[in-house]
Design a protein around this ligand. Structure first.
Ligand SMILES: Cc1ncc(C[n+]2csc(CCOP(=O)(O)OP(=O)(O)O)c2C)c(N)n1
Length: 187
């Protein structure tokens, strides 16, 4: 499956109350066009989605926070995964869409294939980690578990390349921030 096909499936598992953080570039654009708005569409620097998701989850323990990140973004913020594993907020979900490339900027290869994700997350004692190549058949049951388990959960999906031709998000980062604060966040 392609990343946008996976993102479109998330509609069935998310409610208006869920808070999403999406990594910059193509993934944020797909989240903006395919899922409910507003969400935390990261723009600018890579490497931030897990750290931002962790902060939001810790500060908003009554909300489910889901991070959707490309492998390039994940690799640039690996330290945040270790902090996340230490605090392990039960309301945080991390969905890794791994196409083994920086697709947004032209498909340069990342070093994602150098990582044994199973061993890495096992070493951090993450209770729910799954890795799979998603298909129409296997994705839905795994998404149900991933969203409902009630523990910090991490799902690594190896996706095919391919994107929809989507326009940029028309909101300025300040507007994104204001919309999120209005809708979700504590003072
Ligand atoms: C620190 C930093 N370096 C480079 C870029 C340029 N850049 C924007 S998106 C992107 C690729 C993101 O890759 P990934 O997270 O794997 O998502 P994909 O594009 O594959 O969906 C790059 C290199 C940036 N925004 N920030």
């Amino acid at each position: 499956m392609r990343g946008y096909e996976v993102i479109a499936c998330l509609k069935d598992y998310l409610t208006e109350d869920d808070l999403l953080v999406s990594s910059n570039g193509n993934i944020s654009r797909e989240v903006y066009h395919l899922l409910t708005k507003p969400q935390v569409y990261l723009r600018g620097s890579m490497g931030l989605p897990v750290g931002v998701g962790l902060g939001l989850a810790v500060m908003n323990s009554d909300k489910r926070v889901t991070v959707i990140t490309g492998d390039g973004n994940l690799l640039m913020g690996f330290g945040s995964l270790i902090t996340t594993a230490f605090y392990r907020p039960k309301n945080l979900r991390i969905l890794i869409l791994d196409n083994t490339q920086y697709y947004t900027t032209g498909g340069q290869k990342t070093v994602s294939t150098a990582i044994n994700y199973n061993k890495f997350f096992e070493s951090l004692n993450i209770e729910y980690f799954k890795s799979l190549i998603p298909t129409e058949m296997n994705l839905k049951p795994v998404l149900s578990e991933f969203f409902d388990i009630g523990l910090l959960s991490i799902l690594h999906l190896t996706i095919e390349e391919g994107k929809q031709d989507l326009a940029n998000i028309p909101w300025h980062p300040t507007q994104i921030s204001m919309e999120i604060q209005k809708k979700f966040l504590k003072e």
